[in-house]
Every structure is written in C-alpha cells, then in structure tokens.
Design a protein around this ligand. Structure first.
Ligand code: FES
Length: 102
C-alpha cells in the first residue's frame, strides 16, 4: 500500500456520486459508477472546467459545459468536442477505504 493514499470510506459514495479530492497537489475526482470506483482528473481536457459539475452515466462522466463524455476506465472522450483524454489513476478498495495511486 506504500504509495496509495486513502481518499474515502468504501461506502461513502452511492452509485453516480462523486467526490473532489486533492492528492499531491492534483485535483482529482473519485467517481462511483454502478458500484465501481474510478479516479480521474477533475478538470475537463477541453477547457478549464470542473467535471464535478457534470454527471456519471453508463461508466462515463459527462462534462456539463459542452457535453463531452469521457470513459471513466480509460479517460478517453467518447464524443466531441473534447479530443484529448483525461488522466485516470489506479484505484483499490481495501480495509474499508478507497485508495488511489497518483
Ligand atoms: S469544457 Fe468540457 S467539453 Fe468543453
């Protein structure tokens, strides 16, 4: 567990909920998509806009500014206008907590 950081209790987020966290100075978003936890960059790759203001649907997160969706597992945009991926981070659930490696 050396470089993993605990960022939430494993039952803190309900499906489709998210939480903003800062780890090592990076603004990240913990997302619960149908019970699976993902961590991605908080800020959209298209413009400087928080994905926290969007919503989670079918394993993807939607940016509410221009409507791009990003796959939470890969970070890739699945529709325009964004054409760059957002970063994804390794997550694990252990000891009642959700951990991320940045
Ligand atoms: S800022 Fe996210 S799609 Fe434009």
């Amino acid at each position: 567990m050396s470089d993993f950081v605990a960022i939430a209790a494993d039952d803190e987020l309900k499906p489709a909920q998210m939480k903003r966290v800062v780890v090592d100075g990076k603004r990240l978003l913990l997302c619960n998509a149908n019970g699976t936890h993902y961590v991605v960059d908080e800020i959209c790759s298209h413009e400087d806009y928080s994905l926290y203001l969007g919503c989670i649907k079918d394993g993807r997160i939607k940016c509410s500014l221009h409507g791009s969706y990003f796959d939470l597992a890969t970070g890739r945009p699945t529709c325009e206008p964004a054409d760059e991926p957002i970063r994804t981070y390794e997550v694990k659930v252990a000891d009642g907590q959700v951990w991320v490696r940045v």
